[in-house]
Design a protein around this ligand. Sequence first.
Ligand code: HEM
Length: 359
Amino acid sequence: MAARAPQLRDQGLNAPENWDAVFTPGRCHLALTIYAVDDAALDRALASARAELDRAVGVTLLGEHRFGAPEGAKNPFGFRDSISQPAIEGSGVAPLLGEARPIKAGEFILGYPSETGVPLAMPVPAVLGRNGTFVVLRKYQSRVGCFNAFLKANGETTEARERLAAKMFGRWRSGAPLTLAPDTDDPELGADPRRNNDFAYADDPRGRLVPLGCHMRRLNPRYAELTLLTDVNIHRIIRRSSTFGPVYSEDVVPADDAKGERGIFFIFVSARAYDTIEFMQQEWINRGNFIDLGEERDPVVGLHEGEQRFTIPQAPARKRIDGVQTFNVMKGGEYLFMPSLSALNWLAKAGWRNASKHD
Ligand code: HEM
């Protein structure tokens, strides 16, 4: 990923020179993620992975990160996350209310028709590529102290601060969408999967309820009319992010950010890995032209060189709030190929030695 920094707009504070050493380019990186039901299961899986590693030749462990979150845990900024996911055609899982039409499986799994009608290019031979996909991993350090200070500088009361934060994300902390709960948080709505994603922006073309420039509306405009036309359905991603560090507190101050203990492993699956994330970084996160906001950037994940602004449309005049900073700083990333189980079996049986005999 470091080699693609210009396309990803990973510059300045976010440039690869400032990334954690494990993401140093120039070597072939393997990532193993273990999802386990509890610590004991994780320890067992880890012990078996370590035993494999000991037997492996030419593989060095560069780093590991242990994290996990209790049920219902929120992201480092205190917001419920990973609510909105695309429905996938043929998955057997019916779309939840508001999830729009299912997206073609080939957008997420290699070897199946994509939204353009044909499968996307995949690694060869087919036994290796088919049923695999790509994973995009980006590690962010969350500057929760700076975020709190920004809210305090621009909101005199708790209510005003909470409102500003919700306007930046597009949802309240509970996950209740601003579209359905415009005035105040509604935890019951936030917790209800049948209602918390059941909305679009058709009745809010100017962004008076949900600002056009807020994080969530930028990353999935949900069929709203955009100044720069694009097919939203080829930019959907399956998010599987994970949070690390202490839970959110409004008492965290900017000096605490230097410890670097809070953050997010932003992880998603997409058969178009490069195209998706590079498009998002260039057009939806680090620019505002597609919504007539010029150079204004995503207030949550944009790279803000100097202090930038966030626009809240409202009557009679829109409100512009200065002082937005880079609240999530890049600490490293990888583009990864995730093989299918059959491809892993094939690799394990050393089928690759005879690759030339396959297709
Ligand atoms: C690293 C810091 C980030 C934080 C704290 C964050 C936080 C959030 C929150 C609270 C939501 C609303 C919950 C939901 O609808 O599921 C959300 C939605 C979303 N975020 Fe992020 N996010 C981060 C990074 C990113 C990045 C880097 C991308 C894309 C490159 C991204 C893409 C999305 C998408 C696609 C949605 C769903 C929008 C929808 O379907 O309505 N996020 N994010």
